[in-house]
Each structure stands twice: as structure tokens, then as C-alpha cells.
Ligand binder design. Structure first.
Ligand SMILES: Cc1ncc(COP(=O)(O)O)c(C=O)c1O
Length: 496
């Protein structure tokens, strides 16, 4: 039987494109080229290299030149050579995807590590970055069952061009779900399906005349990615300071729109106080303004009564946006906008004549998942699991770092560890050196905010899989600064 392509590749080794340039002869050039291919990620760990003879023939060099180059890289730790399994890229050899050009002289993993690659690219040992649910808990069986039912029951027109508003089945299911779970008041005709919050921003602020215009007030701490997206659409953002009751909406000035995370301020973690919720609605009514409500993790509230959506207070003054990115997976790219009547046509026009973003079969599957009750069951199960993780995080800190304050624990998939002023950077460096990936608060601060910078670590406790969580917690406790208490005045802005 003929070899499969994979078998053949395994037997003869990877096909390599290498350019032998630079000083020092062919051997030195080959060593440099191989090192760069490993470090740049073109040759991932475990890749089998071609036998000396075939690489020598490809490159037009002597067989010994290749043998010497391999031997040198084995000695440096970039490659491994084992009888019977050929020469392979070493596991642990740096494979950054950062696009940085490393210097050819920098030593390999056997010596000191080359320039530090961003943890995100390297795949950290302990992943405590906020923003992701536990990917190993995606409800595969329930999704598959819903997908199968959706496919079996779908009328033929489903396989034609999609309606940009989204499938009616999903908009109906969401109308009921959002009313029940989040206190959102709407009807299917006011819902537009999108691929998530980021897409909603793009639809609302299309360059050259979208539904909304800047300047847009945003919370002084928020997702830089969203601010960047707005900036690239030409939207200026102004920074609303925060205090223990959430965004200080009384500071709204000339803006006609404000972006808030009222259920769970991102990333500091408190809910917007009831008095501020009604104040911002009053502001919108008085100024003909609009509130953009980012309800990114509203389903996950642990200790108190659920905090409903602000949208329920006045559906004509709030654009409510949610997605499955925290409840199921950010990879699905499925979300929804609940719109005041006056924005529906504009958003549909921004979407275009046909659905170009959200797969219709995914929409139907989600509709089935919600209608069958499986979505609620999944959310409840995950809420319990994340609450358990949150409790373990709090217990670990109480036992091992009682001086570190923790906030934002009543809800969501992340918490904030408060650090003394000036200590965030060194804590992040300590984390990186131990393979713990997480973000510092500084990464979320609006560059023009007039608030005093706050030091802290944002810990995404949902991100690791269940079996990896204990080790991640242990590693986290080891990198926290030694006992230094926060001055009382520094406790100000954090609630919950
Ligand atoms: C503050 C905030 N808003 C919204 C989202 C969801 O974004 P999307 O729906 O585009 O995946 C996230 C997810 O990480 C988030 O952190």
C-alpha cells in the first residue's frame, strides 16, 4: 500500500526552506537558519528534520556540513538526536510566534533563554489570563445533539442566503431567555444577531456614519482591545472614573453615548450601584443619549441576588449586547444586540444584505440549546464549577497570602488581587518567570484617565482546565509579593 502523505513526511523528515546567508561559511549559516526556524515557530517541537543526505542535496552542501550543524544544535539544546528516531526539534525549544527577530548569537534553551517571548504566544504553563471560560468544559454532547436536531429539522431555505437580523428561531429563544435570566425587555424584531461584542461595536460605529458617533464615554478601566477597535473606527473615547459604586456617571458631559459593564465592572469587578443605574438612565433621557450595555458575563453571579440588565429600566435608552463567549466559547463567535426601535434599521444596514458573520447552523443550534433547557443546565453547572474555583482561590489566598486583598469575587470568571502601589510590574515579572500568565490592571487603564493608577493582578480563574487549576493556584501564590499592606486610602475604588 502506498504511504500516506503523513507517513512519508514522518519517514523522510520535514521539507525545509532554509536560506544560507550571512558571514562565517555554510556551516555557520545553516546553524543560524535552523536556529531561527525553531525560534520563529516554523519548526515546532517534535518536528523531525530531514536526514543529512537529503538536506545536504537540497542545499547543495556537503553531508558533513549538515551533520556538524545538527550536532552543534543538539549540543545547544535546540535539537535532540536519538537512535532510530532521527533528529528532532527539542521539546521546550523556543518557538515564539512573536515575529521578533532574535539575534543569531543568542544562546538556546540549553543555556540562558533567548529574548523573552510574550507568554501568550509561548503557551504558558499556568494560564490565569482573564477572558476565557474553561475550554475543556464546552458541552460537546449537548451542542452535538442540538446541532443534529437543528440540521434535521431545518427547512431548505436555511441553506440559502441568511437574513442579517439572524434566524427568527434564535431571536425568539433569546427573547424568552434574556427576559428570564437577565431582566431584558424585548421582542424578536429588536434583536440583531452578531458575532459578539466586538462585532457589535463595529456595527454601531461604522466609519463615516454609523448608528452612533463619538465621543463615547467608557469606563476608566476596560478592555484595551475595545478601545483600539473604536479608535480605528475614528471614535474618540473619554474616560469615566470609577469608585466603589462603579462608573461615576455624574461625570458624563458632552458625550451622547456611554459604554458600561453594569452587572460586573470589567475588570475591577463591582456592580453599578442602583442609584447610578437610575442616574444614567435619567442622563440618557435628558440628553437624548444612549447607554451601550456590555453584559459579558451576567449569567455568572455567585453570592447575591442576580443583578439584572440596566436595559430593563428603559429599553429605548439602552443597547444591550451579550454573547456566548463566556457561557459557551469565544470561538463560536455568536452574540446578540437588543436594540431600541430607532436603531434597528441602521444596524441592519450596517450588517449588509445577507448574513456574513454568524453561521446559520450555529444560530439554529443555539436556539435549540436554549429551547431544550440544555443551555440553562450548562450555565448552572458552570456557575457551580466557577464558584468552586473562586472559593479555592479565596481560600488559598487566606491561607498563603492573607495580606493580598481580593475583590470582584461576587461574580464573573475573574477576580482582582490588589497590590501595593508600584508593585504590579515586579509581580508580573515574577509571574512570567514561573510560567504564570495573567494581566496587570495597568493593561486595562484608559490612557487619558485622570484616576490615580491602581496596582493589581487580574486572575482569570475559569481559564485552566479542572485538573490544571490546583497547580496554577499554587504557582500564583508563590509569585505574590511578600507581606506589604495596602494603605487604607488605596482601597477606594474596588467593591464586591
Ligand atoms: C469586557 C468584555 N466585553 C465583552 C466580551 C465578549 O467579547 P466577544 O463577545 O466579542 O467575544 C469580553 C470577553 O472576553 C469582555 O471581557
Amino acid at each position: 500500500m502506498a504511504d500516506s502523505w503523513v507517513d512519508a513526511a514522518e519517514r523522510i523528515g520535514a521539507d525545509l526552506h532554509l536560506e544560507l546567508t550571512g558571514p562565517g561559511g555554510r556551516r555557520a549559516a545553516l546553524i543560524r537558519a535552523l536556529r531561527e526556524a525553531v525560534r520563529g515557530g516554523r519548526l515546532p517541537p517534535g518536528t523531525r528534520l530531514p536526514p543529512y543526505r537529503s538536506l545536504a542535496a537540497d542545499l547543495g552542501v556537503a553531508r558533513n556540513t549538515v551533520a556538524d550543524a545538527y550536532a552543534e544544535l543538539v549540543a545547544e539544546g535546540w535539537l535532540t538526536a536519538r537512535q532510530g528516531s532521527g533528529t528532532r526539534v527539542a521539546v521546550g525549544a523556543s518557538s515564539t510566534l512573536s515575529g521578533q527577530r532574535p539575534s543569531a548569537e543568542s544562546p538556546g534553551p540549553a543555556g540562558h533563554p533567548p529574548e523573552r517571548a510574550p507568554l501568550r504566544a509561548r503557551g504558558p504553563r499556568h494560564d490565569l489570563r482573564q477572558g476565557t471560560p474553561d475550554a475543556s468544559s464546552f458541552p460537546r454532547a449537548a451542542w452535538l445533539a442540538s446541532y443534529r436536531r437543528a440540521l434535521q429539522q431545518a427547512p431548505n431555505e436555511v441553506f440559502g442566503p441568511g437574513d442579517p437580523a439572524g434566524r427568527r428561531e434564535l431571536r425568539e429563544a433569546l427573547t424568552g431567555y434574556l427576559a428570564r435570566a437577565r431582566g431584558v425587555r424585548t421582542e424578536p424584531g429588536r434583536i440583531v444577531i452578531c458575532s459578539g461584542f466586538a462585532h457589535a461595536l463595529r456595527l454601531l460605529f461604522t466609519p463615516g456614519g454609523g448608528v452612533l458617533r463619538g465621543p463615547l464615554a467608557v469606563e476608566a478601566y476596560g478592555l484595551a482591545f475595545h478601545r483600539g477597535l473604536l479608535a480605528s473606527a475614528g471614535v474618540r473615547t473619554t474616560a469615566l472614573p470609577l469608585d466603589a459604586d462603579g462608573a461615576r456617571v455624574e461625570r458624563l458631559a458632552r458625550e451622547r453615548a456611554v459604554l458600561l459593564t453594569p452587572a460586573h465592572q470589567f475588570p475591577t469587578g463591582g456592580p453599578l450601584h442602583a442609584s447610578r443605574r437610575s442616574a444614567v438612565i435619567d442622563w440618557a433621557r435628558a440628553r437624548d443619549g444612549v447607554i451601550l450595555e456590555d453584559d459579558y458575563d451576567g449569567e455568572f453571579r455567585y453570592d447575591r441576588k442576580p443583578v439584572g440588565a440596566v436595559q430593563g429600566l428603559d429599553p429605548e435608552r439602552v443597547i444591550y449586547v451579550g454573547s456566548v463567549s463566556k457561557s459557551l466559547s469565544p470561538a463560536l463567535r455568536l452574540g446578540w444586540m437588543v436594540l431600541p426601535e430607532r436603531y434597528v434599521d441602521g444596524v441592519l444596514a450596517a450588517k449588509g444584505e445577507r448574513e456574513a458573520w454568524a453561521s446559520v447552523l450555529d444560530q439554529l443550534s443555539l436556539a435549540d440549546l436554549i429551547a431544550s433547557g440544555a443551555y440553562d443546565r450548562h450555565v448552572r453547572r458552570m456557575r457551580q464549577r466557577y464558584r468552586g474555583r473562586r472559593d479555592r482561590l479565596v481560600e488559598a489566598l487566606v491561607a498563603r497570602a492573607p495580606h493580598v486583598g481580593i475583590t470582584g469575587v461576587a461574580a464573573g470568571l475573574h477576580a482582582v488581587l490588589r497590590l501595593p502601589p508600584g508593585s504590579e510590574r515586579s509581580a508580573l515579572e515574577a509571574a512570567a518567570s514561573r510560567g504564570v500568565a495573567l494581566d496587570g490592571l495597568a493593561a486595562f487603564r484608559h490612557p487619558e484617565s485622570d484616576m490615580a493608577p491602581q496596582d493589581g493582578l487580574v486572575v482569570g480563574y475559569a481559564t485552566p482546565s479542572e485538573h490544571a487549576y490546583g497547580a496554577a493556584l499554587d504557582a500564583l501564590c508563590r509569585i505574590l509579593p511578600a507581606d506589604t499592606r495596602l494603605p487604607d486610602t488605596e482601597r477606594g475604588i474596588f467593591a464586591g
